[in-house]
Design a protein around this ligand. Structure first.
Ligand code: AHR
Length: 501
């Protein structure tokens, strides 16, 4: 073990329970945007395409990623979407201008195909309704089409279109990012709060057991942040279950230290929304609790996207927002996962935005290969190994100074305890200049050993995976493990998974 490594500690005690691990934390997102749907999940001419035109290679990677829910069809796209365009015989489906992404939508894939894809992928669909250009009637129609068993015009239309069984979609987003000026049909908090409340009430008349998500803020730096949630929840508190948070992070001006600490903002975001929701609940004298659906989060080099020339034509499925992630992106993303899991008492659902090609863990070539980006790995490992209960670990760690967040600990960690008693620690070393020697006090677990440890790291923090080198950055066994006391060496800029049993 290196003698130069700085020391960090954490204590694991099964009594320090936070909440159950929420499977829905491991959700993602498929939007009609760029090549996410077309040449992403769907490409009829592809060598791996199945009888419905879905890419089997992408289905396999989606299963390997361990995805629980998939949000659909947007995103900004949903705020101009007419769901009826995407059902029925394909040859009769209209081509439409998609204002959000300046593209042409062919409507070859719609809700029935998406749900069919979800069943094949083994994921739960999560649907968004258009509250930008449309309203209550269209939301209720879509719900009736999807969930009503039969015997009405819309449910029978679904059956005629080949879906005999109801789609039975439980989670519904009431619009998307309605606080954003970029959103088609952008609204004030009052306008949106009233519309969301009435839409929710009507939807519950069709199906009282829905789980409904009101739009929160598109980021913690939005000028209306806090006030937006308060006003929207004043209107919707009784009729929704969750409020959304959206957050994207990127390395700016070469400030890697701040970037690796970006989960500090996510933590602040979650705490602020929880406090606001609880405050509204108290004012309304309600015992009900509103949880968080963090239904868009990721690393996104948004400033590069904003600097790019807007398209002049209306292409079909152009390559848009195709960020190629490096090791540091994966480590920052791992930190965000740790924060989501640490807050499982109030964050009960989340969606990594997005799944394929568009700021995504999975990349594809049209007609060609599919591969795992660096960011695939922390998500897949956390989804695979986080089970049972979340344990608070409160690490004690050296810290470093960041321009954006001030003093931040080098170590960021959480643990989960499976039903069989096995504990897994997820840990990020944010240090750019040295390893951390992590000592784990697991006396409360009684004589456990480190049964395995992996690390995701690279000598080059900007190393990427490509179609030709798909496994350049992947988790490898960590050989630097000691058993007495339990100690694991975490390389600089690394995501780590440590198993105790
Ligand atoms: O995920 C990309 C876009 O980011 C979504 O369409 C939108 O909701 C957000 O601004």
């Amino acid at each position: 073990m290196s003698t130069t490594a700085r020391e960090a500690h954490l204590t694991i005690d099964p009594a320090f329970r936070v909440a159950p691990v929420r499977r829905r934390t491991f959700g993602t997102f498929v939007e009609h945007l760029g090549r996410c749907v077309y040449t992403g999940i769907y490409e009829p001419g592809h060598p791996s395409a199945d009888e419905d035109g879905f890419r089997r290679d992408v289905l396999d990677l989606t299963r390997e990623l361990g995805v629980s829910t998939v949000r659909y069809p947007g995103g900004n796209f949903v705020s101009g979407y007419r769901w009826e365009d995407g059902v029925g015989p394909r040859e009769r489906r209209p081509r439409r201008l998609d204002l959000a992404w300046h593209s042409t939508e062919t409507n070859e894939v719609g809700v029935d195909e998406f749900v069919a894809w979800c069943r094949k992928a083994g994921v739960e669909p999560m649907m968004a309704v258009n509250l930008g250009t449309r309203g209550i009637a269209e939301a209720v129609d879509l719900l009736e089409y999807c969930n009503h068993p039969s015997g009405t015009a819309l449910s029978d239309r679904r059956i005629a279109n080949g879906a005999k069984q109801p789609h039975d979609i439980r989670m519904w987003c009431l619009g998307n990012e309605m606080d954003g000026f970029w959103q088609t049909g952008h609204k004030t908090a009052r306008e949106y709060g009233r519309l969301a409340a009435e839409t929710a009430r009507a939807m519950r008349m069709v199906d009282p057991d829905l789980e409904l998500v009101a739009c929160g803020s598109s980021g913690s730096s939005m000028p209306t942040f806090g006030a937006w949630e308060a006003e929207v929840l004043e209107h919707t508190y009784d009729v929704v279950d969750l409020v959304s948070c959206h957050a994207y992070y990127e390395e700016k001006d070469g400030d890697l230290g701040s970037f690796l600490a970006c989960s500090t903002d996510m933590e602040y975001f979650i705490r602020s929304v929880v406090a606001t929701a609880d405050h509204v609940g108290a004012r309304l004298k309600s015992r009900k609790r509103i949880d968080i659906s963090f239904d868009e989060w990721n690393i996104w080099y948004l400033s590069r996207h904003q600097a790019a020339e807007p398209p002049r034509d209306w292409p079909v499925a152009p390559p848009l927002l195709e960020d190629h992630y490096h090791l540091a992106d994966a480590v920052a993303l791992g930190g965000l996962i740790i924060t989501l899991v640490r807050n499982s008492d109030r964050v009960t659902a989340a969606s990594l935005a997005q799944l394929v090609n568009v700021i995504a863990p999975i990349m594809t070539e049209p007609g060609g290969r599919a591969w795992r980006q660096t960011t695939f790995h922390p998500f897949a490992q956390a989804s695979r190994y986080a089970s049972g209960e979340v344990l608070r670990v409160e690490p004690v760690s050296p810290s470093y100074e960041t321009a954006e967040y001030g003093e931040v600990p080098l170590l960021h960690a959480v643990a989960t305890r499976a039903d069989d008693g096995g504990v897994t620690v997820f840990a990020v070393n944010r240090s750019t200049d040295g390893p951390l020697s992590l000592e784990i006090d697991a006396r409360a677990l009684g004589g456990v050993r480190v049964t395995g440890a992996t690390t995701l790291t690279d000598a080059d923090v900007y190393a990427r995976n490509t179609a030709d080198q798909p496994d350049r950055v992947a988790p490898r066994a960590n050989p630097h493990v000691e058993q007495d006391p339990l100690r694991v060496l975490l390389p600089p800029v690394s995501w780590n998974v440590i198993h105790l049993g």
